[in-house]
Design a binder for this molecule. Structure first.
Ligand code: BES
Ligand code: ZN
Length: 611
């Protein structure tokens, strides 16, 4: 193998189609933020100072940044205060507007941008006090992945561009602010908080939350933040997180971010979890009361290696983040809860993958691991495929080389490329060299390129055996055939219950649904995953007795993973379309802008035009 291509590939030569920045010409290395949170106007008044390094010779005339819906008031040389010329470009669909700063001479080393966000900023959700648990204070949180950082910070919003950052956050007195950074100190009476992230990270990992927030330590380096009313329950639910960190360290080397805290956000948080460094953001729907949904925590932790240390260079390389993380998540589940549980979770994931691949609405091109997202919103690409096909590919490698060798390879990969971004082609070169030892025949036999660049699910898929999952499947088949529910055991875990529910046929009769709900009270389930799986059956089969529960669920939380399939199923069933509109009318004002965009598209609602 030649040396040159690898070096080139690792340099991330391919441009990021989702950024309007010019990192090839000039590189920001540090970002200093001063943010004033203004709840009355739902805006942040900000100053961002970017420290620059010339990447090109001769030095670039311009600095190009990403923005979306930002009002830029002034740009200056931070050292001298001298004003710099700037211009906002025309809005580009999905991307926002380029901010072009003329650097001039003498060249500023730090560029200061004074700006204001808009009330519709796509990263931000501003909650009224009544949308929080205690109802005492308003709440704000951000969601920057994939390309929403630009709606609250002018920056090079590409996962291939990393900076360290520091921030001063000015919140109303009495409020607590937290960020994905070390907490340096605060003056609560003034509402001033200071943060610092000394490891270089991409903009999508910059995160902020502010509101009435308490903290409880779980171990020396882990803890949980939440609204006070949720704190105790959250601490109980997440009691295993220190064990998770230790398991992850045993497998893939030291945890590099010093602390791992989690903040449980209000229910409108649009994701299950978001791996913001040092501070995972989590949905309260993980709090099932029995620790049965903590694999999501294992997932977000695993991103501290796959994603946050070694980062997908573009959103088309997203599987490098999510596929690796899903694989590691499952290894952690095995370490903590045993092989049987882990294997059942693999099978649940593979079922979702098969459903996605065989869904007539899925474009064949979207069943590739490495995908072309040019001209598309990268949030469109966040479906199950990069997660489960990516993890399945690593399991193929595991079967071929054995765990010890794959683990050694992965650990070395994380070490060698820590705090850098990685392309799919770059990863494949490393894989060929370090795991396959350049053996072209083995490479071919493993079908690597077919897995990564081909469509569908290659037949080398490794399907683990699982006696317990077989029983759940058999119980579903027996129920479908005879209506007998005695195959369902009272001691089944959440995973087995999900295996059962997901193995039921799509078409169920009213009598069958009645029998299920009578026996298992699915409509009343306090477990969000089980409730979701049940409600999907209810919608597809127009099972009206479950509709009050459906409405409660959809107006009570805003997690995209649950909203998308439920609204889609309601929209596809002519008998539930009106219900979908009625529920959404009520729920829309309570959802995060990212969830609103998703559901607007499903139901064909025209929202306020975005940049
Ligand atoms: N990083 C993702 C969430 C994400 C992906 C946000 C793409 C924005 C764009 C996070 O790690 C994640 O995958 N969350 C999952 C849970 C996980 C257990 C599969 C979720 O939110 O459901
Ligand atoms: Zn993830």
């Amino acid at each position: 193998m030649a040396m040159l291509p690898l070096a080139l590939l690792l340099a991330g030569a391919g441009a990021d189609v989702h950024s309007l920045g010019n990192p090839e010409a000039v590189r920001p290395t540090h970002l200093a933020l001063d943010l004033t949170l203004r709840f009355e106007s739902r805006t942040i008044a900000g100053a961002a100072e970017l420290t620059l390094e010339d990447a090109a010779r001769p030095p670039a005339p311009h600095l190009d940044l990403d923005t979306r819906d930002l009002k830029v008031a002034r740009v200056s040389d931070a050292a001298t205060g001298r004003a710099l010329e700037f211009a906002l470009g025309e809005p580009v669909p999905h991307l926002g507007r380029r901010l072009r700063v003329t650097l001039g001479s003498p060249r500023p080393r730090r560029v200061r941008i004074e700006y204001e966000t808009s009330p519709g900023a796509s990263a931000l959700q501003w909650l009224e006090p009544r949308q929080t648990t205690s109802g005492r204070m308003p709440f704000l949180f951000t969601q920057s992945q994939a390309i929403h950082a630009r709606s609250w910070i002018p920056c090079m919003d590409s996962p291939a561009v990393r900076t360290t950052y520091e921030a001063v956050v000015r919140a109303p007195a009495g409020m607590t602010a937290v960020m994905s950074a070390a907490h340096l100190g605060h003056e609560p009476a003034q509402g001033v908080f200071r943060f610092r992230m000394d490891h270089p990270i991409p903009a999508y990992l910059i995160a902020l939350a502010a509101g009435e927030i308490g903290f409880k330590a779980l171990s020396l380096r882990t803890g949980v933040y939440a609204e006070p009313a949720v704190l105790e329950k959250a601490a109980w639910e997440f009691a295993d997180v220190e064990k998770m960190v230790q398991a992850n360290e045993r497998l893939y080397g030291p945890y590099r971010w010093e602390r791992w805290d989690t903040i449980v956000l209000p229910p409108s948080f649009p994701y299950g979890g978001m791996e913001n460094p040092r501070l995972t953001f989590a949905t309260p729907t993980l709090i099932a009361g029995d620790r049965s949904l903590t694999s999501t925590m294992a997932h977000e932790l695993a991103h501290s290696w796959s994603g946050n240390l070694v980062t997908n260079a573009t959103w088309g390389d997203f599987w490098l983040n999510e596929g690796f993380t899903t694989y590691i998540e499952n290894r952690l589940v095995e370490e903590l809860y045993g092989r049987e549980v882990a294997e059942m979770e693999v099978l649940l994931g593979q079922r979702e993958l098969r459903e996605f691949v065989s869904d007539p609405q899925t474009k064949p091109g979207d069943t590739r691991l490495f995908i072309d997202l040019a001209g598309r919103d990268p949030d469109d690409g966040s479906n199950v495929l990069p997660y489960e096909k990516g993890a399945s590919f690593l399991r193929v490698l595991e079967a071929r080389f054995g765990r010890p060798r794959l683990d050694r390879f992965l650990r070395q990969y994380f070490d060698a490329h820590a705090f850098r971004s990685m392309t799919t082609a770059g990863f494949l070169e490393i894989l060929k060299r370090d795991l396959f030892g350049g053996d072209a025949a083995a490479w071919k036999a493993a079908g690597v390129e077919q897995w990564v660049y081909g469509e569908g699910i290659p037949d080398t898929l490794v399907v683990p055996p699982s006696a317990r999952f077989d029983k759940a499947r058999a119980a579903a088949a027996a129920f479908a055939a005879t209506g007998a529910v005695d195959g369902v055991r009272p001691d089944w875990t959440t995973t087995e219950r999900l295996g059962f529910l997901n193995s039921l046929p799509r078409a169920l009769t009213r009598a069958q649904l009645d029998a299920l709900d009578r026996s298992f009270r699915f409509s009343q389930s306090g477990n969000a995953e089980i409730l979701f799986a049940w409600l999907l059956h209810a919608v597809r089969n127009t099972y009206e007795p479950a509709f009050p529960s459906l409405e409660r669920f959809l107006t009570g939380m805003g997690r995209r993973k649950f909203l998308r399939p439920l609204y889609r199923a309601m929209h596809e069933n002519p008998q539930t379309q009106a219900l979908a509109r009625r529920i959404y009318d009520r729920a829309r004002p309570t959802y995060h802008p990212i969830a609103v965009a998703t559901v607007d598209e499903i139901l064909g609602v025209r929202g306020p035009a975005g940049g």
